[in-house]
Design a protein around this ligand. Structure first.
Ligand code: NAD
Ligand code: IPM
Ligand code: MN
Length: 358
């Protein structure tokens, strides 16, 4: 029997609640397709700080490095917000992405027809939306140096640097064109090339890579316009490729096209071991209440089956099960609409897992 080793890092806030539902669904998939998943749990973020003083302990790194893929919930929360920057929970996530060389973050924003009423936009605007945001994840302003808070004369100055090497743009552009080839064959590269030199280079390199992908249409858009176009007419987009920070921001906006931040999964690929996590955070405002939407995490597990285990049929089974449960009218609070049945995090997890076994 085929076996896969998955490192599970539930993290903070709603992290443990939503990851638990994804595990139920993964177990149901394993049973259906006759393979075995071995889980090894690790501490990360605030949970790891509380236990060990370190948001990304060595033991967790070891667990991650001997796994075939990583499933992560979310990190962070008010309890740890005042810690020194280098030991904040969010640092662990950045460190994990670097450790795995997970430079390409795929964030699919696809609206299930069943959730048209959950979107804050009109049905005609969002019906059929299917966007893949390809976010550069290991460079840009998140990592460029100099960075920090320094003394300059008699005051302090905070500095971050937007920096991209050609090879970093080249590799993410390739991923975007490859992904587009298997979808709508259109890439929109989002930058701020009217102001920021780093993205002038970005645009030039994307153009160069495009020469090898002439079957894919390419256009460029400034990020301010892109933010507006996502709300105005999202169906113009197929694949959006963009920098680390622009991708972070635009993908949260795209999430609302699908009904809720709790609907958007992600896969972070590029290295030997893939990382799978919802795009949202630890949602401290609803943690511990059994009301969080686990579908983003469940669908992230779905992406794991395709991208790490080369079993797209398992991802399809998850997608079908999610759709079936939504079609029966079950909703978590964040996607609730009139005439539907509100269920808890646990209940929707059970329903989706049961649906897979059918
Ligand atoms: P957030 O994504 O945690 O929450 C934003 C809003 O969306 C909240 O109102 C929350 O209740 C709601 N929401 C998020 N996920 C949901 C879900 N699955 N179901 C229902 N509602 C959901 O963002 P925030 O409040 O800005 O950040 C909270 C903490 O999470 C911070 O410490 C932040 O640094 C961290 N964070 C972590 C990650 C990550 O681990 N990948 C991502 C973003 C933010
Ligand atoms: C995300 C989050 C992270 C990011 C933070 C928590 C480091 O917002 O995964 O989208 O900015 O990448
Ligand atoms: Mn984010």
């Amino acid at each position: 029997m085929k076996e896969f080793n998955v490192a599970v890092l539930p993290g903070d806030g709603i992290g443990p609640e939503i990851v638990k539902q994804a595990i139920k669904v993964m177990d149901a998939v394993a049973e259906k397709f006759n393979f075995k998943i071995n889980y090894e749990y690790g501490l990360i973020g605030g949970a790891a700080i509380d236990e060990t003083g370190n948001p990304f302990p060595e033991e967790t790194k070891e667990i991650v490095l001997k796994s075939d893929a990583v499933l992560l919930g979310a990190v962070g929360g008010p309890k740890w917000d005042n810690l020194e920057f280098s030991i904040r929970p969010e640092r662990a996530l950045l460190g994990l992405r670097k450790l795995l060389n997970a430079f390409a973050n795929l964030r699919p924003a696809k609206l299930y027809d069943e959730l048209i009423d959950a979107s804050s936009l009109k049905a005609e605007i969002v019906k059929g939306v299917d966007i893949m945001v390809v976010r550069e994840l290991n460079s840009g302003i998140y990592f460029g140096i100099p960075k920090g808070i320094f003394i300059d004369g008699d005051e302090r100055v905070g500095i971050n640097t937007l920096r991209y090497y050609e090879h970093e743009v080249e590799r993410i552009a390739k991923v975007a064109f490859e992904v587009a080839r298997k979808r709508g064959k259109k890439v929109t590269s989002v930058d701020k090339a009217n102001v920021l030199e780093a993205t002038v280079l970005w645009r030039e390199v994307v153009e160069k890579v495009h020469k090898n992908y002439q079957d894919v249409e390419l256009n460029h858009m400034y990020v301010d316009n892109a933010a507006m176009q996502i709300i105005r007419w999202p169906k113009q987009f197929d694949v959006i490729v963009t920098t680390n920070m622009f991708g972070d921001i635009l993908s949260d906006a795209c999430a609302m096209l699908t009904g809720s931040l709790g609907m958007l999964p992600s896969a972070s690929i590029g290295g030997r071991i893939g990382l799978y996590e919802p795009i949202h955070g630890s949602a401290p405002d609803i943690a511990g209440q059994n009301i969080a939407n686990p579908i983003a995490t469940i669908n992230s597990a779905g992406m794991m089956f395709t991208y790490s285990f080369h079993m797209p049929e398992a991802e399809k089974a998850i997608d079908r099960a999610v759709r079936a449960v939504l079609a029966k009218g079950y909703r978590t609070k964040d996607i609730m609409s009139e005439g539907c049945k509100e269920v808890s995090t646990e209940e929707i997890g059970d329903l989706i897992a049961e649906e897979i076994k059918k």
